[in-house]
Design a protein around this ligand. Sequence first.
Ligand code: G6P
Ligand code: MN
Length: 441
Amino acid sequence: MKAFRVCIVGGGSTFTLGFLKSFVRLREAFPLKKLVLFDIDSDRQEPIGKYGEILFKERFPELDFSYTTDIREAYEGMDFVFMQMRAGGLPMRAKDEHIPLSMGLVGQETCGAGGMAYGLRSCVDMIKAVHQIRTYAPEAWILNYSNPAAIVAEALRREFPDDKRILNICDQPENVVRSCSRLLQCSWEDLDPVYFGLNHYGWFTHMYDIRTGEDLLPKIREMVARNGFLPQDAEQRDKSWLDTYGMVKTIMEDFPQFLPNTYDQYYLYPEYKASHLDPDFTRADEVMAGREKRVFGECAEVIREGRLGDKFDEISDAHAEMMIKVAESIAYNKNDRHIMIVENNGAIANMQNDAMVEVVCELGANGPRPMRVGNIPQFYLGLLVNQVSCEKLIVDAYFENSYQKALEAFTLNRLINDGKKARKVLDALIEANKGMWPELK
Ligand code: G6P
Ligand code: MN
């Protein structure tokens, strides 16, 4: 069996430990030969790199593992590059959330004004990084899950139109499927979903039992109405995530036709969300106080003791597992089904061809083959056409250095929806993103 070389861009991320452990857990299914972590921030990456050295010495000694800030060492000869960079880091995530909230608008890392702010930063950093990767690894599969994935996918589609090995993926649809399996008390892999939307803005139209073909969505609807909705790994989640999943019940009371992605809450209830998010303690603050401390605390402890021993937990990490399974499906031409972000080209029949949409795809050695969902109902079409216009305009703003296009994107966005508010929050975000955004004229 062939073994693979993988680079993770964003080695200093709070999600990286989950990957390191998952590569150990999944070493039979996805044999790794070489793993390199890359980050531009060496101080942040170092403890995670040292943790990796200790982990692999104990549990995967044949793996060639290293961490670096040098792009050539990172990319040369790679089969897969997993991209999880956060342009501007968590401190900028905090600004993306705080600035809109201070004006009474939803503050969220990928939706609304904050999402577009992050989007412009990510366009700059992602396009640069993909060019660097292509210099040293022209054939590598680039699996991008850097956010905001919708905007990044649109920007990469334009900058690299002929590159068929750049894939954009998000774990949230699969997380919702996993939640359904918790409700139904089955394995999530026994569920066969039909899904349409944009990234962080979609719905499940069916949830089939993979063995019998029975559509379990009516049953799920009833169970959500009765019991609410929880993440599969609810016991490991912070309160804000439990609130987010809880909103699925509200959404299904108002719009019962389909099962929503959890992010739909921001678009359907922008005023409610803006008034219920804590402007003094947003998700970024919660991550910095929680997961970031835990991850770097765990690294410090392992480095101090020089061993992991029984600190290697067997709890699966859904996010890392999904990305490794995506790579496995390509590597072995498995044609497994994954929900991915692809150019529409008729997958959603009544939407424009060049929209980057999120649908179920069969994924193999020749890339994703999207499955068609036909026409979607007018209500959903209206929501999505609005948002896809907004995403395209913000990417126009990047490529054309256009303040006007950015203002149009902000005005159109359902989380802002007003020209004067749009200008005010845009101007504040320009200030906050100096040096990280393209200059808008
Ligand atoms: C989900 C989304 C990601 C997002 C993440 C944020 O996994 O699909 O796109 O980045 O949640 O999680 P956090 O715990 O950092 O708020
Ligand atoms: Mn996502």
